[in-house]
Design a protein around this ligand. Sequence first.
Ligand SMILES: [Fe+2]
Length: 394
Amino acid sequence: MIPGYYEFRNSTKILSGSRAIENIPFELKNMKVVKPLVLTNKQLVSLGIADIVVKALEKGLLPAAVVYDDVPVDSSVNVVNDVARVYRDKGCDAIIAVGGGSVIDTAKGASIVITHGASDLKQYMGSEVLVGDRMVPFVAVPTTAGTGSEVTTAAVIKDTERHVKMGFVSFNLLPDVAVLDPRMTVGLPPRITASTGMDALCHAVEAFSCRQANPLSDCYARAAIDLICEYLPAALEKPKVQKNRLAMANAALLAGVSFSNAMVGIVHAVGHACGGVAGVPHGEAMAILLPHGMAYNLEVAGERYGELLLHLAGSGAYCVEHPADRGRAAIEAVRAMNRMLNEKTGMPLTLSEAGVTEDQLPAIAQAAINDGAIAFNPKDADYEDVLALLRRAF
Ligand SMILES: [Fe+2]
């Protein structure tokens, strides 16, 4: 798709490989860093995953690193402000985020507070205020293969007092360096592997079909889908094989670059709402909702989905003779992937299986139409449209 006008950016340097973490000290020295703050959580410390990074820093003669391991599963503005305080108090000069989307987004939030010499992230709500350069060298080391947060311009931080999620979008939030090392993900349990992988697939499919898609984001999306369809089953079959994990980490990154530039649509809008109202884990919501979102968009995006059929179904695509049937067949390929993941990991196929109750559907629909992602969906959707989609996915 070639729009009349588009912008595309990914300025993050990528280090990808079986011992990529060992090269972080070199990158830090290039950025004149001497005392990085390693941001992570207690679970990653207890599993020895954070220590792989700390040891690499020590080996690279950066023994002064400070470790902050208090980032909770669902981070908040208070945690962000605390990280910024520790960064200043300890005299740190860079952040290395080791974790999933929550840890990386916390680092992004803290970098805003530190750059502006402020004490509270709440002052910077909205996307337009992040002008000027970021003053914090920033390395992201993802420990799941899904969010793509290591290469995205967005951060979502919860304001626990007002019960709202604050969204920030700025090129200033892109990490300087993203490090993909399979040692970070070889121990992921099957269901997390499956759900995070489907989040990445959803990023690629939505980015490819939404209003801001462009030729460059399309390339990244197609490449991500190819890797996911080949290596998500492989990573479940042989989870300890580093090649499978590295391929999924690359897929999540490619999908992240794609949607960071092209944005996502109705599946993410409804999925965010399912998380906020009913606590459905993001990746599981994505897997359940993706075929329903594609079906909703079919009349306007069918041709685009059809273009993805070869990537989603491989040689199975050649069985679909008529071009008009390819979009529908692409949806069937996603459903087949979901059934396989359900069999192998017990991942739910419906919202009711995921713990959503019928009386929650109106609140989810209301939250979804207020979500920013819905504006980029290829087809307009109102409250009734979303409610009908939710009933089909229930
Ligand atoms: Fe997502």
